[in-house]
Design a protein around this ligand. Structure first.
Ligand code: TYD
Length: 219
């Protein structure tokens, strides 16, 4: 089977990053070669840009400036990590990709979607993931988790208000409507173990894993 480029998307606090780490471990254990990575970041240059992007000391940034920083990180990530891994036959699980920019900068900040499309064409050549898992939960719950005082670091985006989270969620829901075959929506408002079982089912189907692996992992 050709290596697949699979992205995990959702609001901050949706649990996608935790499930992505777990999924990468599980796939490796099941004998599949797999690379876990994330955006913004994923390379030394990308990590430096991530630090700039999330730094609360800039205050409110123009959405187009945000998009340009993000796409610089994304191009480096594609060139240095994603495409080489896929070419070597390694599945790539990526925490966020261009759908995040459409949802956050497009719907959240109001950057024109055709401008994002044009930057995307330059930066990635319009690269689209093979499949996307959307971790969905109500904006109120995601916002509550983002504002939680138990979080060690509150970044620039965590500090956004509830209306912003609602616009971003609406942005994701429009993306699902526009690309129903690429997206699988996973309800992540319930217990983490229930979400995990669903992640396993979706990945098993996408990557041709036998049910046996699911049973083994469930113990
Ligand atoms: P993420 O690493 O998922 O958050 P966390 O630090 O909670 O693990 O993403 C960092 C933030 O960057 C998140 O608030 C969403 C934002 N972001 C955008 O606004 N646009 C983008 O294109 C990407 C990739 C991320």
């Amino acid at each position: 089977m050709q290596a697949k480029f699979i992205t995990f998307e959702g609001l901050d606090g949706s649990g996608k990053s935790t499930h992505l780490e777990r999924a990468a471990d599980w796939l490796e254990t099941s004998g599949l070669s797999c690379r876990a990575t994330k955006e913004p970041g994923g390379t030394p240059l990308g990590d430096a840009l991530r630090g700039v992007f999330l730094d609360p000391s800039w205050g409110a940034l123009d959405g187009t400036v945000e998009s340009l920083v993000i796409f610089a990180s994304r191009r480096q990530h594609l060139l240095e990590v994603i495409e080489p891994a896929l070419a070597a036959g390694t599945h790539v699980l990526c925490d966020r990709f261009t759908d995040s920019t459409v949802a956050y900068q497009g719907h959240g900040r109001g950057v024109a979607l055709d401008l994002i499309e044009r930057i995307d064409a330059i930066a990635t050549g319009g690269r689209v993931p093979d499949h996307t898992l959307l971790f969905d939960l109500p904006a109120e719950e995601a916002h509550r988790r983002g504002q939680s005082t138990s979080r060690e670091v509150v970044d620039r985006l965590d500090a956004e208000d509830l209306a912003f989270y609602r616009r971003v969620r609406e942005g994701y829901s429009r993306l699902v409507g526009a690309h129903p075959d690429r997206f699988t929506t996973i309800d992540s408002s319930g217990p983490a173990e229930r979400t995990w079982r669903r992640v396993q089912q979706v990945l098993a189907e996408l990557l041709g894993l036998e049910e046996r692996s699911l049973v083994t992992d469930a113990g």
